[in-house]
Design a protein around this ligand. Structure first.
Ligand code: CP
Length: 326
């Protein structure tokens, strides 16, 4: 049954059925990334406003590319050279963008809840591209698509999440998403980044345990999600980086504790040599670049669902592949 979405602000309120629907809609759109002609005309005449108030490489370019491949234009706010620097508020900034009549707003902001605040005040769909330490829904969806493709299912997997869980919106969205499919989570990293409250995130039918010793946390893992050490969000006395490498870096030796075919995911940007050994980042179990490619399909699916405003089957859209928009 098709689902309709007004916004895409987070994974937490979604059901497993809605998530499966989004992933299923993304499947046919994976094909176009391999097609010699990558441009469709489905969203010709539509515009997506991209407002990133925090740095981004993958998510911003992925949304811009996804929009272009569907034939839509993009309006790009460059926060660092915008009138925000002159003191304009977030709300006045997004209302100004809205007055230029885009058909959706994709936004990233350092404050948790900022996209929700904006969504209540403008009349177009808002997509959360990462808000503070709260959620990064499209990252979790592209991670899930990658895992489901490789494993054939999301159900009941053992997922180990390594590193700075406390500050990670990626970890939160992944726990909300995979937990709805009965995955079990083991969190590992420095104790200050693994507060007990994180256990409350586990959706019904899921569980979270905290295991500070990384070698133990990796035992039997089907999926290993490595997080970036987010130095920009650390207000407490940080762990010495060489100590972090010694105790918590994912090395080939440590990875051998996981299932032999365990998948290694990292949302990027990766800090090679800090949270991940380059031999793992570039190794056969790494899904890092596949995640990036899958991001295009997931974001195309969401743009279609939100910008067309009518239920659309992505398989039908793909029938137009090869008929490029001008
Ligand atoms: N994964 C992710 O959000 O990367 P960017 O910060 O480069 O967008």
């Amino acid at each position: 049954m098709p689902h309709r979405f007004s916004h895409m602000l987070g994974i937490e309120p979604l059901t497993a059925e809605q998530i499966t629907f989004i992933l299923d809609q993304s499947k046919p759109l994976q094909e176009i990334q391999r097609h010699p002609l990558k441009k469709l005309a489905t969203l010709r005449g539509k515009s997506a406003a991209l407002a990133f108030f925090e740095p981004s490489t993958r998510t911003r370019i992925s949304f811009a590319t996804a929009a272009a491949r569907l034939g839509a234009d993009t309006m790009n706010l460059q926060a660092e050279v915008s009138s925000l620097r002159k003191g304009e508020s977030l709300l006045d900034t997004v209302r100004t963008l809205d007055a230029m009549k885009p058909d959706c707003l994709v936004m990233r902001h350092s404050s948790s809840g900022a996209p929700h605040f904006v969504a209540e005040r403008i009349g177009i769909p808002v997509i959360n591209a990462g808000d503070g330490t709260h959620e990064h829904p499209t990252q979790a969806l592209l991670d899930a698509l990658t895992i489901r493709d490789r494993r054939g299912t999301l159900a009941g997997l053992n997922v180990t999440i390594l590193g700075d869980v406390l500050h990670s919106r990626v970890a939160r969205s992944n726990i909300h998403l995979l937990g709805k499919f009965g995955c079990k989570f083991t969190l590992s990293g420095p104790a200050m980044w693994l507060p007990r409250e994180l256990e409350c995130l586990a959706p019904q039918g899921s569980s979270i345990r905290r295991v500070p010793r990384m070698e133990e946390a990796l035992e039997g893992a089907d999926v290993v999600l490595v997080l970036r050490v987010q130095q920009e969000r650390h207000h407490e006395a940080a762990l010495a980086l060489d100590e972090y490498v010694l105790l918590y870096q994912l090395t080939p030796e440590r990875l051998r504790r996981a299932q032999p075919d365990a998948l290694v995911l990292h949302p990027g940007p990766m800090l090679r040599g800090l949270e991940i050994d380059p031999a793992v980042a570039d190794g056969p179990q790494s899904c890092v670049l596949e995640q990036v490619t899958n991001g295009l399909a997931v974001r195309m699916a969401l743009l279609l669902m939100l910008m067309l405003g009518t239920p659309t089957d992505a398989s039908d859209v793909m029938k137009g592949a090869g008929h490029a928009a001008d």
